[in-house]
Design a protein around this ligand. Sequence first.
Ligand code: OOG
Length: 248
Amino acid sequence: MSVDVEALAATLDGAAREAAAIAPLTAAEPFDLATAYAVQRALVGRRTRRGERLAGVKMGFTSRAKMAQMGVDDVIWGLLTDAMAAEGSVDVSGLIHPRIEPEIAYLIGREVRSVSEVEAAVTGVAVGYEVLDSRYRDFKFTLPDVIADNASAARFGVGPWHAPRDVSNVGLLMEIDGRTAQTGSSAAILGDPARSLRAAARLALGAGIVLEPGWVVLAGAATAAVPLPKDAHVRVTGAGLGSVEVTT
Ligand code: OOG
């Protein structure tokens, strides 16, 4: 049986737009990782046809804490669009069951046409956050499901950009309404988020995507994600990188 990539993308797109959870797609019909990425591209293609512009790449499952939380064992990636940029506030009523996690972000300053160029192409580093919203019921999925669902990407934000520097061991603190929600170190991200940055370039290039000036690479969470409630104020601080705040 061959999988209808466009139909699966339409199902995921509808779930996101209606904020209505669906059953994992593989429960009806299993598919492999290559097909999952094809669905992801078709899903993002629906967004860009509606006028959204690609804004970067996000990495997922780059830390043991996240792999353990979600019961998966491989790094994944997804695409960010400008419509996902949170600009300080997120309306959670349009999301299904959002979670938030602290991230290290890189700003790409020029086109990246090979993996060896990516570090030199970075013009900024920042602390950031990602709001995840799996389109699957109860955040339960297999690896192909979550890849097809654009790695649960929903919203993201970044703090002030700093000149590129070693971010291999940045202490991260995420507070919700003034209370500590998660603490961690960027070292949890593949030992050094720079590894995740190189993986992002490798995976994007392998899919025929050139990282462009102004794009953001989210290296992946250093901690587990936590539920993002309504009327919350979240602050993520990175030692030496300042903070970024978001209200819901
Ligand atoms: C998938 C996205 C994981 C990360 O940083 O590990 C991710 C999920 O947990 O729903 O973005």
